[in-house]
Design a protein around this ligand. Structure first.
Ligand SMILES: [Zn+2]
Length: 252
């Protein structure tokens, strides 16, 4: 007989109840959510930055010197972007937004998968790799449609650059201000697939806590010591369970 984990079922139910009662939830997502879509991660063991020096391949200084180096590393991923699809975690967050529970997704991920999953209010604090623009005229291109060439050029002849924050670049002030305001006014913050220790995103849960928001952490390992609830599970497993629990309430 399969032993059922009663305690964790109760935990899912409690978290679902909290989300329904409080609403006004902001989700802060990180690499763990992308990893479940097969997106190569960077900082983890075996990640891209173990093989490639980010300062040489993905810093703004290197990009200015020779953009082809950056494009040689990232171009294929951009052109193959259709291979990567939103997973159950992205989809559940979009559903929670539709239910009026999640007000905003703040993400450290640059793959654009939250928008692809249907989330409307998304703050991409590190930008979006799939939005590519011309440094000369500002014309925008959308992945996977990027002109040929290494580096690719705009029709006007300008160099193309993805709309992401490279190493050595400041975050856009207005975007991060919006992330701070959103965090400071929420009643619940969901930390999903992020250890929330990398700055500047690391400050956001504390802004939420100052507003007496409850912090719900969904991560394969406990990473945020001050979380009110910790669900040690993959986001693509845990978030749909929470949505199911919420749907049960409306049928009770
Ligand atoms: Zn141009």
């Amino acid at each position: 007989m399969v032993k059922r984990n009663v305690e964790s079922e109760a935990l899912y139910r409690e978290v679902a109840r909290l989300l329904v009662d409080r609403g006004n939830c902001v989700a802060l997502t990180g690499a763990g959510v992308s990893a479940e879509s097969g997106i190569p991660t960077f900082r983890t063991q075996g990640g891209l930055w173990e093989k490639y020096d980010p300062m040489e391949f993905a810093s703004i200084e290197a990009f200015r010197k020779d953009p082809s180096k950056y494009w040689s590393l990232r171009g294929e991923f951009i052109k193959d972007s259709d291979l990567y699809q939103p997973n159950n975690a992205h989809i559940a967050l979009a559903e929670l937004e539709q239910m009026g529970i999640v007000r905003c997704v703040i993400t450290q991920n640059i793959d654009g998968l939250h928008k692809k999953a249907g989330s409307k209010n998304v703050i991409e604090i590190h930008g979006n790799l799939m939005e590519i623009y011309c440094l000369a005229c500002g014309k925008e291109y959308k992945a996977p449609y990027v002109p040929e060439g290494m580096p690719p050029h705009c029709l006007c002849g300008g160099i193309l650059k993805p709309n992401t924050v490279l190493f050595g670049e400041e975050l856009p002030v207005d975007v991060f201000m919006k992330a701070k305001e959103t965090s400071a006014t929420c009643r619940i913050m969901l930390l999903v697939g992020t250890s929330a220790i990398v700055h500047p995103a690391a400050s956001l849960p504390y802004l939420a806590k100052e507003n007496r928001a409850k912090i719900i952490e969904i991560n394969i390992e406990k990473a945020f010591p001050e979380a009110d609830y910790s669900i040690m599970e993959k986001a693509g497993t845990a978030l749909p369970k929470i949505v199911d629990e919420i749907n049960k309430f409306s049928h009770e």
